[in-house]
Design a protein around this ligand. Structure first.
Ligand code: PRP
Length: 191
């Protein structure tokens, strides 16, 4: 059995490990290599989408061999819970001007695509030199709007996952593995 059951008090809500930390680490290195190759000779601005992308961004930038600046944007959907309501708003904007910069949006998961679609529209209008998307997890079954993904870590099935930055009601972000939440934990709940 994986270590997470023993060292967190919420183990009973978690069903199984989908991606363990070793698999994540390997894939993040590969993504870092691809991005470093593609951006050779250029300087990158990595934009993390709070809060879920925090841990992925932190690991990814340490695998890059090109110069990289970091900024964050916080986006919220109207309403909380496991379902995106469809409406998105910026809670915290970038601190840096992205005009003429090579921007890489870094996201933990693409579900409906609404968050990234919204951000891409807004950022495109600010005239970056380039704008690409790097996501750790892609859940294509849930897509409502198409999103161009340039770098993808893993395609995953339509299950509720937590850990490695992803939360359920703000819990589990600290887990090193990506773990499936038991369906009965969130089924029928409107939180
Ligand atoms: C999650 C995730 C993405 C978004 C993806 O964020 O981090 O930003 O949902 O969903 P979508 O493709 O349906 O738009 P959440 O709103 O849970 O905030 P968080 O990152 O702070 O956990």
């Amino acid at each position: 059995m994986h270590g997470w059951v023993g060292h967190n008090v919420y183990g009973a809500e978690l069903e199984r490990v989908l991606l363990d930390s070793a698999a994540i680490d390997r894939r993040v290195r590969e993504l870092g290599d691809s991005i470093s190759r593609d951006y050779a000779g250029r300087e990158l601005l990595a934009v993390g989408i709070l809060k879920g992308a925090l841990i992925f961004l932190a690991d990814l930038v340490r695998r890059l061999t090109v110069p990289v600046a970091i900024d964050f944007v916080a986006v919220g959907s109207y309403g909380a819970g496991t379902e995106s309501s469809g409406a998105v708003r910026i809670l915290k904007d970038l601190e840096q001007d992205i005009a003429g910069r090579h921007v890489l949006l870094v996201e933990d998961i693409v579900d409906t695509g609404l968050t990234l679609n919204y951000l891409l529209e807004i950022f495109r209008a600010r005239a970056p030199a380039s704008l690409r998307v790097c996501v750790l997890l892609d859940k294509p079954e849930r897509r409502r709007v198409p999103v161009p993904i340039d770098y993808c870590g893993f395609v995953i099935p339509d299950e509720f996952v937590v850990g490695y930055g992803l939360d359920y009601n703000e819990r589990y972000r600290h887990l090193a593995d990506i773990v499936v939440l038991r369906r009965e934990v969130y089924r029928g709940s409107s939180v």
